[in-house]
Design a binder for this molecule. Structure first.
Ligand code: 5AD
Ligand code: FES
Length: 356
């Protein structure tokens, strides 16, 4: 059985630099670690992109506030509930409510009420929020309303790199503090970074993995940076094959460093390679997030160019992703919540599967 071992920053950089047979061996090893520690199952989270209104202006993002070309929307409570019903009927153990970042009372109240409404109709459904940085009281209200998990991507763990990707008013330390607050409140906490983003170096990526380990993260969703035609970084030179290689190596090294966490095969990978998510699963990932946003809104949630699934229905994605997982030889874990084993262990819960 693989044990968690300390890996130096230099070794991480060496592993991230692997290509060809070296990279293949690394990814196969990570998949074995996943199999042994968290099992040969892939868990589902239905992704509901309920609003693309955002008060931030991240330089890389298509829904940033200054992009006037994006048509803005917020789904109605009824539309959101329809999506949750679909997830429940499809056996997705969890829904992810994702949106642009807003801190006004109208928005945070809407999120709190939506979480409460989902919990009263579907008490067994795990709710993950991905609605950006919020203050402690707001996060506490979200938790009390019934949200158990929270995703807040840090994008990069190097504060000077963070500065180059975000406007002045966005501060790396606030984001990191928010992750700590989430943990203290009791959430299952997820983070992530963009891989192959402008100005990033291999040492930054190694630092990102060490950061995730240091804060003892429960779940991770990281994917490649992808160009977006309206954003201020659109002219940055970009090598898709390199972004794919690095993304898969990042997943593999993280699985080896933290065998019992949940790691997503993100849909951004599918932009670089038709089988990008399957390759992520073959590199140690164990989570997929099929999009359940209604068709009429998908195009407007344009974080980056060529988003996959924008013309697919929730049911189409359900079938597609199920077949893709079966094609990898792993089991689509329908009807299972798939809590992070690391989180359960920290809480002192009895674990039957994990021996690491
Ligand atoms: N490329 C890849 N990922 C992006 N995101 C936003 N813009 C891009 C882009 N151009 C990701 C960020 C953000 C999440 C919602 O989408 O990591 O946290
Ligand atoms: Fe959406 Fe494949 S997951 S079409």
């Amino acid at each position: 059985m693989e044990k968690e071992t300390f890996i130096s920053k230099k070794s991480i950089e060496e592993m991230l630099s692997l290509s060809g047979p070296g990279a293949r061996d690394l990814r196969e090893k990570a998949a074995r670690v996943r199999d042994e520690c968290v099992g040969r199952k892939v868990y589902f989270r239905g992704l509901i992109e309920f609003s693309n209104i955002c008060s931030n202006d991240c330089f890389y993002c298509g829904i940033r506030s200054s992009n006037s070309k994006t048509e803005r929307y917020t789904m109605t409570p009824g539309e959101i509930m329809e999506c949750v019903r679909f997830c429940d009927e499809s056996g997705y153990g969890s829904v992810v409510l994702q949106s642009g970042e807003r801190r006004d009372g109208e928005f945070t109240g809407f999120v709190t009420e939506t979480v409460s409404a989902i919990k009263s109709e579907f008490p067994e459904m795990r709710i993950t929020l991905s609605v950006g940085e919020q203050d402690r009281e707001t996060l506490r209200r979200f938790y009390q309303a019934g949200a158990e998990r929270y995703l807040l991507r840090i994008e990069t763990s190097n504060s000077s790199h963070y500065r180059k990707l975000h406007p002045e008013k966005m501060v790396f330390e606030n984001r990191r503090n928010c992750l700590e607050t989430l943990r203290r409140i009791g959430f299952q906490v997820g983070t992530g970074v963009m891989i192959a983003s402008p100005y990033q170096e291999i040492a930054d990526l190694a630092g990102d993995l060490l950061f995730m380990k240091a804060i003892d993260i429960d779940m991770v969703g990281m994917g490649p940076y992808l160009p977006q035609k309206d954003n201020t970084l659109k002219d940055w030179s970009y090598d898709p094959q390199e972004a794919l290689r690095l993304s898969l190596n990042m997943i593999a090294v993280l699985r080896i460093m933290m065998p019992d966490i949940n790691i997503a095969a993100t849909s951004a990978l599918q932009v670089l390679d038709e089988n990008g998510r399957e390759k992520a699963i073959a590199s140690g990932a164990n989570i997929v997030m099929p999009n359940v946003t209604p068709l009429k809104y998908r195009q407007a949630y344009s974080l980056y160019d060529n988003r996959p699934c924008v013309l697919d229905t929730p049911y189409g994605c359900y079938n597609c992703i199920t077949q893709r997982i079966e094609g990898t030889g792993l089991l689509p874990a329908k009807g299972e919540k798939g809590d992070s084993l690391r989180f359960l262990k920290r809480k002192g819960k009895r674990i039957d599967v994990c021996n690491c």
